[in-house]
Design a binder for this molecule. Sequence first.
Ligand code: PMP
Length: 421
Amino acid sequence: MTLTERKNAAISRGVGMTTQIYADRAENAEIWDKEGNRYIDFASGIAVVNTGHRHPRVIAAVKEQLDRFTHTCHQVVPYENYVHLAERLNAIVPGDFAKKTIFVTTGAEAVENAVKIARAATGRSAIIAFGGGFHGRTFMGMALTGKVAPYKIGFGPMPGDVFHAPFPVPLHGVTVEQSLATLKKLFAADVDPQRVAAIILEPVQGEGGFYPAPAAFMKALREICDQHGILLIADEVQTGFARTGKMFAMDHHEVAADLVTMAKSLAGGFPLAAVTGRAEVMDAPGPGGLGGTYGGNPIGIAAAHAVLDVIADEGLCDRANQLGSRLKQRLESLRDKVPEIVDIRGPGFMNAVEFNDAATKLPSADFANKVRLIALNKGLILLTCGVYGNVIRFLSPITIQDGVFSEALDILEASLIEASA
Ligand code: PMP
């Protein structure tokens, strides 16, 4: 049996796969498979290795921790580096107020906990999320997610008291004003704002298509929250840790969220997630109400300390801006040759290109997929996204070497031209 046949026989098909590359080893922005083929990785394990695969400082920190202890459960026998990482996140997460943190293991769990904390702090139950948003595959994560296929199909009923408003995407005909008007209507028709615990959004939608929340929208949401005593939750699971050219995507905004969820690149390839927020809000749940056996596992904590050091010492926010502008310039230069390109966007190095069919002018998932497969064949791993599946998002490690990056841009250009021909 081939490995793919064995996989199909042994693993639930519910775990979708974008490639059939079985990884053998990886370093920075490159992955080698079992057959020795080399790939440039523009997926980063879905935005997890902003600091590259196996960054030497991350690996050294993990090795040192492995030699001390690997698990005690912080709720049973605590450890200092958990406390220290919380102190570091409290200091760097945007918001000019006292903060506290909890650690969990996955992004979905961070979202679940942010909702629990918001409900405990407000004594209210309703949550508002946005169309196209993605918040994870747990029940609350699914309920909050604003895309049906494949995330919600067959898994209902979803938890109640979750409402959706449209996310402003002018490219798809939804302006900031329209989105805010729908929210107002929601308060009049569906849910009393005095019953709303939180509004949750991604400052740049990730899975939904890499659409940044306009500054005016974020400011208006903050005002609405303040007016009605609602908490604002920024889901920074995909946007955090230098991806957008700042440490957090909320750093681009004048206003701050009350709670921030983090995961993915926080620990450079190890499972760690966090919720950081206003100290008094974070303290609302009673002792024992939050936590989990593996939450804040020492290996992940050690890795995260190294990740924060690397982002600062290697200037990865600046680097993200440089790489992103090179990528966007290259894509811009291809607009004439590739008429399917309708939009090139994204802050820092959280970039995407969106495609319509050249003839029908409708969103073309087929074209995005064609580009992805041609590039894969040429040795570049790309990911698609978007409610219509017609977006290619770029999530290369921010530590990618210049030579490897140039090579990837050449493959991308050739793939776009070939797909359009
Ligand atoms: N929130 C956002 C914004 C995400 O992008 C993701 C993962 N793609 C999640 C939550 C869920 O994270 P995890 O897969 O670690 O549960």
